[in-house]
Write a protein that binds this ligand. Structure first.
Ligand code: AMP
Length: 473
């Protein structure tokens, strides 16, 4: 196996890695770093927790040390928390250089960010929305000379999911030089591969982990089959058993909506579990504070939406619980990747209801892994069922009495205004689209019923035909 020196890394960086306990390169580092150091564009697809961040941070630092200036490198990433995590790796590894890095994310003071940008930091780590806002609103900084553009979680940045980054990316690309090195990394690059290749202008070096499975072997992947109505009771029982058996373990519970995240947090607190939450309806300062408390093990349980699904690197996380089965395999891959990182062990447990079984099959096909059943004592679950369901209902009522839904509506409207859209017009358009969709669905159903009826008719006719043939014989 290669070591960092033989990959072309300078002694000072090798020493810096050693100080952090990073002694041997991981596969993604061994394969991508020489190409990056040679000046090539790079597309790297490797499992979560396999050292992707250092695979681009180290070569950038090496090149920066040869020709230090600002702004040398721009890293784009989909979530604010990830931006902080990446900046931290730059800060720690780049300490001997006196590296100046700056983080540009939403929810934080824009004026101080503008000042930092005008001071020409070596590295800027940003979420696309806020950086595009700075570009639109000021001309106090220039990115026309950057050497490196890095898209971390590149597929998420390019897909048109609930947060669509494409418009902001267009604005950002508009101020970047054509001559640059572009590096794209993710655990799930393959879906958007062609689009990604077009962003990397020169024929990029492409490396994908060759392993059969898309999750790591150290991860024990489990499921619990539960009726929808009993799901919360299973979860409470599961957390109780896990915390009783392993009081030093940290657990992340993923759920599908901000509201659910809030309700589950309130409910688990009723049962005296040390829970804290992370979702996009919280103020950014609160998000950072909660994450810091979870990282420091002040709270052992984090309930989060998919805003925490990608990239977060918290070594103490031993268990990931999926309170809902993810609808997309790639979301599953990122969520369960929050544990079993950098060669450590971990467990993921997915709660599967009667409506989710097909989703598990798709996940198993994509990850090429068979999920095993997690044994649960059903009697113990039934004992707490009424208590848990009552607690949930009480929390729902409590939340309804706050302005949570109202805030969500206001947030949505804010986002639309920021995107230059009229919220009322958008609502009208959405309603019309919904109407067309439901009409289409009804039409499709009608056709299917007709086809079904025709088929049944033909089946009934067939034996009669045979009888007729027999009679004429
Ligand atoms: P990442 O996939 O970049 O989020 O990294 C996951 C974890 O692996 C981080 O805590 C890194 O510090 C750690 N790491 C990165 N490279 C190495 C390496 N070569 N050896 C051991 N740990 C590493």
């Amino acid at each position: 196996m290669a070591d960092f020196s033989s990959l072309g890394l300078s002694d000072w960086l090798v020493q810096q890695c050693k100080q952090l306990g990073i002694n041997k390169p991981t596969a993604v580092q061994e394969n991508c770093m020489p190409a990056i150091l040679q000046g090539r564009d790079c597309l790297g697809c490797a499992k979560t927790g396999s050292g992707k961040t250092a695979a681009f941070v180290l070569p950038v630092l090496q090149k920066l040390s040869e020709e230090p200036y600002g702004i040398f490198c721009l890293v784009l990433t989909p979530t604010r928390e990830l931006a902080y995590q990446i900046a931290e790796q730059f800060r720690v590894l780049g300490k001997p250089l006196g590296l100046r890095e700056c983080i540009i994310v939403g929810g934080m003071d824009m004026v101080s960010q503008a000042v930092e940008l005008s001071n020409q930091p070596h590295v800027v780590v940003a979420t696309p929305g806020r950086l595009a806002d700075h570009i639109r609103s000021s001309n106090t900084f220039s990115m026309s000379k950057i050497q490196f553009l890095i898209l971390d979680e590149a597929d998420r940045l390019l897909e048109q999911g609930c947060t669509d980054f494409t418009k902001d990316l267009e604005v950002i690309m508009g101020i970047l030089p054509a001559k640059r090195q572009t590096l794209l990394f993710s655990a799930t690059l393959t879906d958007t591969l062609q689009e990604l290749k077009s962003i990397a202008m020169n024929e990029p070096f492409f490396w994908e982990s060759t392993s059969e499975t898309r999750t790591v072997e150290e991860l024990d992947q489990r499921y619990i089959l539960t009726p929808e109505k009993v799901k919360d009771a299973y979860m409470v029982h599961l957390i109780q058993t896990l915390t009783d058996q392993h009081d030093d373990w940290s657990i992340i519970i993923f759920t599908n909506t901000c509201k659910n995240c809030q309700i589950l947090t309130m409910m688990l607190r009723e049962f005296n579990f040390p829970v804290i939450s992370l979702h996009s309806m919280m103020k950014q300062k609160q998000r950072f504070a909660n994450l810091a408390k979870f990282k420091a093990s002040v709270y052992k349980i984090l309930i989060a939406t998919d805003v925490a699904a990608r990239g977060l690197d918290i070594p103490t996380v031993q268990v990931v619980i999926n309170h809902n089965t993810p609808g997309l395999p790639k979301i599953y891959i990122h969520r369960v990747g929050r544990t079993a990182r950098a060669g450590r062990n971990g467990v993921s447990i997915t709660l599967v209801t009667q409506y989710d079984i097909h989703l598990v099959h798709v996940i198993e096909q994509q990850t090429k892994t068979k999920l095993k059943e997690y044994p649960v004592e059903e009697k113990a679950v039934l004992k707490i069922l009424t208590q848990v369901n009552m607690a949930r209902r009480q929390c729902e009522i409590k939340l309804e009495s706050t302005d949570f839904d109202e805030k969500r509506e206001i947030n949505k409207r804010k986002q639309l205004i920021l995107q230059g859209k009229d919220p009322d017009l958008e609502a009208k358009r959405k309603a019309e689209l919904e109407k067309i969709r439901s009409q289409k669905k009804k039409f499709k159903q009608k056709i299917q019923e007709q086809v079904q009826r025709q088929k049944c008719g033909q089946l009934k006719k067939k034996p009669m035909k045979r009888q007729h043939v027999k009679a004429t014989e």
